[in-house]
Every structure is written in C-alpha cells, then in structure tokens.
Design a protein around this ligand. Sequence first.
Ligand code: GLN
Length: 478
Amino acid sequence: MFSFSSIKEYHSFLANTPNGCVLAVQHYLQKIKDTAHLNAYLEVFEEEALQRAVALDEERNLNKPIGKLHGVVVSLKDVICFKGHKVSAASKILEPYVSIYNATAVEKLLNAGAIVIGRNNCDEFAMGSANEHSAFGVVKNALNEKLVPGGSSGGSAVAVQANTCMISLGSDTGGSVRQPADFCGVVGVKPSYGRISRYGLIAYASSFDQIGIFGNSVEDVTLVLETIAGADDFDSTVSDKPVPDYLNEIGELSVNKKFRIAYFKEMLEHDALDKEIKLNILRQIDQLKAEGHIVTPLTFNLLKYIVPAYYVLTTAEASSNLSRFDGVRYGYRSKKNFTDLTEMYKATRSEGFGKEVKRRIMLGTFVLSAGYYDAYFTKAQQVRKILHTQTTEIFKDFDVLIGPTVPSTAFEIGNHSTDPVEIFLADIYTVFANLVGIPGISIPLYKHSNGMPFGLQVMSSHFDEVNLLAFSRKLLGR
Ligand code: GLN
C-alpha cells in the first residue's frame, strides 16, 4: 500500500516504482472519497490527475530528467486560478466561473511536475477564521468533526491533515495559512509579501495577500517555496530578489546555528491566551536557552492596535477589490427583472455575496468614506508605518521572533457565529506579519490536554526565509 512521509522519500520510492505516480494518485483519490464528509474539497480532478500521473510515470521510465516536484500531489485553495477549471472563492457570485489562465504559482508547480488533484473549500473570498463562511458549507476538523479547521484556508489545511494530498496551497492575508495549520496540526508557511507572485490569486486585500504552503514537514514546504517563489512580469509587487536554494541553505543552519530569538512579552501575557498554550511556549523558551540560543523578551506596546488596523485596512482594500464582481464581467448574475444597470448590480451583489463578505464591503466603504477617512484609514496606515519601522529595528538584533499562532486551540463549529468581533480578536498573533510583510510559519509542536494540536509561530525579517525555515526545521526535526 502507498504511504507518504516526505517528498524526498516519495522520490526514492518513484525511482524503484514504474507506476509510482499512479499509485500515489489512486491512493489520494480513495482518501478524498473516504473523507468526503469533511467537505475539504469543492471539486476533485479525478480523471485529469490520473492521466497526468500516467504521463509522468512514462516520462520517468524513459529516464528523462524529472522536475523538483515530479509527481507531487497538490490541492489548491479555491482562490487560486488553474486554467480551464472553476475557481469560485467559495462564493455564489463566482460559482460558474472558469479560470482562463494559470496563477503563476500553479504554472510553476506544473512546470516542476506537480499533479493538481482538486480545489479546496475555504471562507468566501478568504474572509474568516473558521471556514464557516463558505457558500458551500463548513469544513470539519479531521481530528474532531465537531470542531472548526480554522480559516480561511480550512479546506487546504484539512486536505493535508487528512492525508488526501502531499501539499496544499492556500492564501494568507491575516493568518489564513498559519491559523488553520495550527488548528489542524500541520505546517503552514506564509512567505514575505512579494516572495510569491499573486498573479492568479483572487484578491482580498492586495497589500496583505500572499500565497502560502501547507505540508507535513518544513522540508517539504521549503522545497515547494523555492519552486514557486520569484520574479514575475505579471505581478509588479512581487520581488525580483533571487530565490535562494532554500532547502540546501537551511540544512547546515538547522543543525549548528545558535539563533538570536526574540518574543513579545505582551503576546504571552495577553488575557485571551490559553494557559496551557502559554505554558508550552514558556517551556520552549527555557529549552532553547538551555540549548545555547539567545532568547530575549521584548516590549511591544502596539499590540492592541494591530487587529483594528488590520480590519480597517483589509476591509478598505476588499471593498475596492470586490467592486469588480458586478454581474457583468464574472460569474453570477441575478435572474430578477431589472430596468436599469444599478438595479442589476444591486440584485446581483445582494444575492451573490454572503453575509461576512457584505459586512466587510460595508465596513471598508465606511472607513474610506469622506467623513471618516482620516479617522480610520489614515490612522490605520500610520499604525502600519510605525509597526514597519519598529520591526526593521528589531530584526537588526534578532534572527527570529517566536510566539503563539492562535490564542486557543480549534473551537466548536457554530460557537462564534454571533459575535464577529470576538472572532476578529483571535487574529491577534497572526495579522502582525501581514501588516509588516514579514514571513511567518506555524509549526505543529504541541498537543493540548483537550486532545487538539497547536503550533509555535515563528517570524523573521523581510525576505529572511532562510532563518525562518532553518529554525523551524530544527524545532520540528523534519
Ligand atoms: N481571519 C482573517 C480574516 O478574516 C484572516 C483571513 C486571511 O488571512 N485570508 O481576515
């Protein structure tokens, strides 16, 4: 029977197994069927994935050089364009829409030999923290089906958690890769803003959005990162900094380097933080010190501003980005009888968008309105600027910043649906990295006495994925 532990081992297996890619795809297709009740997939590309596996096996058997991600079975969050396939952002408004091009990240995956097996459920337009805002139903946590998987990339996290694929791509605007990774007990990395092209990623808040990667090990996500990162003519915000050979570079460092580690006292002392999570992180700090790393507590007095700044800025950007869904250019159009264009827009948008998306469009429109712009939008931009300056200073003296990923473990489905602010506040640890554009990762190191996993969040300086991944590889041991 096929089993997967790492891409490296999978590639050794393929070297001795002529039909190895087909075996892998068959295995995952069965797994997807067995776990269909988790609702992690909106669509499975069964035939196509099998055909591609056959073709890849043939190529390999002809001794052609194989790609870095040869035969690697990947799923995509439903906000990432895959040519000729539906992409709906888990929204009714885009439901019938078929992508006419590949996202650059997908193009690079395919060029490296990956197999795309399906598209994953998520919160509508990536807005949410529990995957309860999908137009296509909630996603369940595979470890306890009463609990949420986190969001917004909940389907992608569960896809990896439930062993239905090797890797999944998600997107992270304020924690949507790291938070579900934490809730599901998998690795989830959000690189620096501008490390991976956003071309073909449906926009939520363009100055925050970044494609992220879920996997079982730091090594696997590192290999995928070095494959899909880098300059792109189709995205003017992506960096043209050369992409290091991440996997090679982290090898040595993850064994021998003594890291300079910081943490924010205010994050660990926050009232909302679960006591056991706090205890585990304090223990981790002691252990790191005992191993000869330098660990320093820092004061961070802006903690209470980061969630408000995040929600002001992202909703503002969202209200602008989502104005394009008007019933003319994409997807769904209301079937009502209308006599003018405005009526058609109104009917289409009222019927097509879900409640959370509407809430955010209205919030964003409000903070951008003439009378309130300075009080909200400008202020939030100022907070963002100060955070950026402080962060640059911090990383002059430290390699990584550590802390919790989320204040609690996965909560019950339906628990927070009446109070949106309560759920917004739970983003307190993750939005920081998006506000300043630095990379962050959640690594599944701990288990709570309630049976659920949780992670350690690690952040590093802009474009310093090497320290981020080397340190994480050291802690996770894979
Ligand atoms: N939970 C955050 C939000 O609802 C993060 C979403 C995301 O990263 N896409 O905005």
